[in-house]
Design a protein around this ligand. Structure first.
Ligand code: PEP
Length: 229
């Protein structure tokens, strides 16, 4: 299983160091086949050591240059970062990243050999239209994306389940994952209000290869409970 923690705009450099120290101890008991990823804010990227992979939540698709406020390949290379989240719904919705921009970012980091956790997800009004509409919406988010890329991991994250405390149901997750896997044969994570109380149920669903966790990953104790579940 894959367990990925997305801190979003939470934690400082100091608290990330403390978190990782606490997590490292807990991860001694983790199953050797399980993989842990941590995506801290870019100000907290560093050369951490432990049984996990540190990734970037976002970066601009260029080595360096006149892109005020962004970080690029050069800044990631400084800390040996070779993993990135692309297409998260908060970047699509709040930061205005179009599918074209997302696809350009994907191609750039693919060219540079990054492992990519690529996020897709539907808004509530699409979910309410039914399974077929959901799949059609999700597949459109693969436009311009090389789904055969060997370092691709996909995260299905229904937007209405993110940060709301309301996870998708077992049936919604299994139906959607099954349908997605017919088109994209890559590890497929679920994300959306995954937490210690529902992790066992979620990871036991067929077609779920792991979880991408926001809120419940912010506390090292809570996230490690999920990893060790
Ligand atoms: C996320 O934003 O990737 C996420 C899954 O958030 P949460 O766990 O808080 O729903």
């Amino acid at each position: 299983m894959i367990f990925a923690a997305n801190f979003k705009m939470n934690h400082t450099r100091k608290s990330t160091h403390e978190y990782i120290e606490a997590l490292n101890e807990k991860l001694l008991a983790k199953h050797p086949d399980d993989k842990v990823y941590i995506f801290p804010p870019s100000t907290a990227l560093d050369g951490y050591e432990g049984n996990f992979t540190i990734g970037a939540q976002n970066a601009y698709p260029a080595k360096n240059g006149a892109y005020t406020g962004e970080i690029g390949l050069e800044q990631l290379e400084e800390f040996d970062i070779g993993t990135i989240l692309i297409g998260h719904s908060e970047r699509r919705e709040l930061l205005g990243e179009s599918q074209e921009k997302v696809a350009r970012k994907f191609s750039f980091f693919k060219e540079h050999g990054f492992e990519i956790i690529y996020c897709i997800g539907e808004p509530l009004h699409i979910r309410e239209e039914g399974d077929e509409e959901v799949i059609e919406y999700l597949l459109a988010q693969f436009e311009g994306i090389d789904t055969s890329y060997e370092k691709l991991i996909v995260a299905y994250e229904p937007i209405w389940a993110i940060g709301t405390g309301r996870s998708a149901t077992t049936e919604e997750i299994s139906t959607t994952h099954e349908a997605l896997k017919r088109t994209v044969q890559k590890p497929l994570l679920y994300g959306g209000s995954a937490k210690p109380a529902n992790i066992k149920e979620i990871i036991s669903i067929r077609g779920v290869d792991g979880v991408l966790v926001g809120s419940a990953s912010l506390d090292a104790e809570s996230f490690s409970k999920m990893v060790l579940s």
